[in-house]
Design a protein around this ligand. Structure first.
Ligand SMILES: Cc1cc2nc3c(=O)[nH]c(=O)nc-3n(C[C@H](O)[C@H](O)[C@H](O)COP(=O)(O)OP(=O)(O)OC[C@H]3O[C@@H](n4cnc5c(N)ncnc54)[C@H](O)[C@@H]3O)c2cc1C
Length: 525
């Protein structure tokens, strides 16, 4: 039997990243992916003939530049194409259209409110400062505040010093971002409802919270932190869909000697004397390895792949408390033509960026109200993109893809099951789009509807949470995935976490995978 230095459970982009770093350090590494295709939630699949769809994640911004550089991803096919701005159609026939050109956006906001146009400059500067403060934290192993080890104390001291070095206004903003709701935070800067609603939307993505729930301001910052080639706050498409990112990382890993197997579901992690010794596949095959890295969530890793007796009871209780609470769905539409928005008819640059159905703060909060009581939103928040306008290679000539990220879709329905409700949910999404772009029903050729249950069944995302666990403050940084266990190690020696359930969390970032690998290699700060 081959004995590996490291076996990685899951061939999502984080598992692949960890494997690539270990492979480059000369370790003998095997990646085991349950599905027939690599990428996890960063995957492109030909769902309908000729339509290559980013089935789950659809835009990229958080992917760490150091990973792009160190793994030489452009040489392995990675190409990021800019996504220009956000277009929000409104109910009364107007719209808000922010683009990457600052002066143009300022003019557009001034059309709604002169005060807001001025505040936008200040806000942009403050958020960049905040993002600069938080950004280095993405690449670090979180210190354990309960430990007296010099390494942890020094890291905590370093964080404290950086916080003290911020100006008074930045310190206040930072504290507010950590505690306030997205809407309360934005209310301090802006008066235009549609502007606040659209900005606040990024504060609720992947959480079971509304735009007025405390804690959502931080998620807003999390989504603000992306960068492409050093430009803050730019989102982009990956040519070939988000699966092309995973494939580029897989190529870098293979080049470093990593072996990758698909259709190889892991059923159990083997342990002996409190140490991981390998894994057992669903077909019974046993694989021996000195280290096991898990890029799947804590529920699967600790409660499914291990026996409760393998772990300290307190840790099992912490894992049991970890919140998933999936709240999102995805509807992918293959179109014969472009949607035509009543408020800005015809084709145009407004269709090339994100299209956000978030016309007002009350609309957003009402969408959440229904979810609180176990119903999917009848008029949901929808974040849409048409990747074919930037990368026509993913659909047949003249055809388009409309990728719709939808909230809210609670994992637990008060009535019925998701298998009964799937098409009704898809209809609610199409009906909502039709309120703003009435031609939508006529131009739909195919429709794929993914509920939180589908995300769990097909992608192994427990309760359908898109980030392998909510990005809420009580489970971030030194609390992710459990207090005392945020340094990628686990109570089982030789078993490490390396996916989105580890710091710094979800999104196509690669940071958990890289951080875990560097920690294993003893190269962390
Ligand atoms: C609908 C949706 C939309 C999203 N939109 C965006 C977006 O636009 N931009 C963005 O940055 N992020 C987005 N995200 C989040 C982002 O895609 C994820 O946070 C990220 O891809 C997670 O990567 P990962 O490698 O940590 O985990 P995953 O991608 O979850 O990978 C884990 C892998 O493990 C495999 N696996 C599960 N069980 C087993 C087993 N028993 N044995 C072997 N393998 C197993 C899975 O099949 C999967 O391939 C979205 C996610 C979803 C679901």
């Amino acid at each position: 039997m081959t004995r590996y230095d490291a076996v990685v459970i899951g061939g999502g982009h984080n598992g692949l990243t960890a494997a690539a770093y270990l492979g480059r350090a000369g370790r003998r590494v095997l990646v085991l992916e349950r599905r027939h295709v690599l990428g996890g939630a960063a995957v492109t699949e030909e769902v309908f003939p000729g339509f290559r769809i980013s089935v789950c994640s659809y835009v990229v911004s958080l992917l760490r530049p150091e990973i792009i550089r160190e793994l030489d991803l452009p040489r392995h096919g990675l190409e990021i194409l800019p996504l220009d701005g956000t277009f929000t159609p409104m109910q009364g026939g107007d719209y808000l259209w922010r683009v990457n050109d600052h002066a143009a956006t300022r003019r557009e906001i001034a059309r709604h409110s002169k005060l807001d146009a001025e505040a936008y400059d200040e806000y942009g500067k403050a958020m960049v400062d905040m993002a600069r403060f938080v950004k280095p934290i993405l690449g670090m192993t979180p210190p354990d505040p309960m430990s007296l080890r010099p390494r942890d104390l020094l890291a905590l001291l370093g964080l404290g010093r950086r916080f003290r070095a911020l100006g008074a206004a930045d310190r206040r903003n930072q504290l507010q971002l950590m505690t306030m709701s997205a809407v309360d935070f934005l209310d301090q800067w802006f008066e235009t409802d549609v502007l606040k609603a659209t900005m606040a939307a990024s504060g609720v993505i992947g959480t079971f919270l509304g735009v007025r729930s405390p804690g959502t301001a931080y998620v807003l910052l999390h989504h603000y932190m992306g960068e492409i080639d050093g430009a803050f706050r730019s989102w982009g498409f990956s040519r070939g869909g988000t699966g092309a990112i995973s494939n580029a990382i897989a190529l870098a890993a293979r080049e470093a000697g990593v072996e990758i197997r698909t259709e190889a579901p892991v059923a159990r992690i083997r342990t002996h004397g409190g140490r991981a010794t390998g894994v057992v596949l669903a077909n019974g095959d046993e694989i021996e390895s000195a280290l096991v890295l898990s890029s799947v969530d804590p529920h699967l890793t600790f409660l499914e792949f291990l026996e409760p007796d393998d772990l300290p009871a307190e840790f099992v209780a912490d894992v049991g408390r970890y919140k998933f609470r999936g709240s999102s769905g995805k509807v992918n539409l293959a179109l014969d033509a472009l949607p035509d928005f009543t408020c800005r008819p015809g084709p145009g640059a407004h269709l090339r960026g994100a299209i956000s159905i978030s016309p007002s703060v009350d609309y957003m909060e009402r969408a959440y109200d229904q979810a609180k009581y176990g119903e999917f939103s009848r008029r949901p928040y929808i974040d849409m993109v048409i990747p074919t306008l930037t990368d026509p290679s993913v659909a047949p000539p003249g055809k388009h893809i409309l990728s719709c990220f939808v909230q809210y879709a609670p994992y637990r329905l008060a009535q019925g099951t998701w298998d009964d409700q799937r098409e009704a949910f898809g209809d609610a999404v199409v009906d909502t789009i039709a309120e703003f772009a009435p031609n939508i029903r006529r131009i739909i050729r195919h429709r794929q509807v993914l509920t939180p249950l589908d995300l769990e069944r097909e992608f192994g995302l427990t309760e359908g949470n898109i980030f392998q666990g909510e990005l809420t403050l009580e489970q971030l940084f030194f609390l992710r995935p459990a207090p005392g266990w945020a340094q990628y190690a686990t109570p089982i020696q030789g078993l490490w976490m390396c996916g989105s359930a580890a710091h710094p969390g979800g999104g196509i970032m690669g940071a958990p995978g890289r951080n875990a690998a560097l920690r294993i290699l003893g190269r962390t700060r």
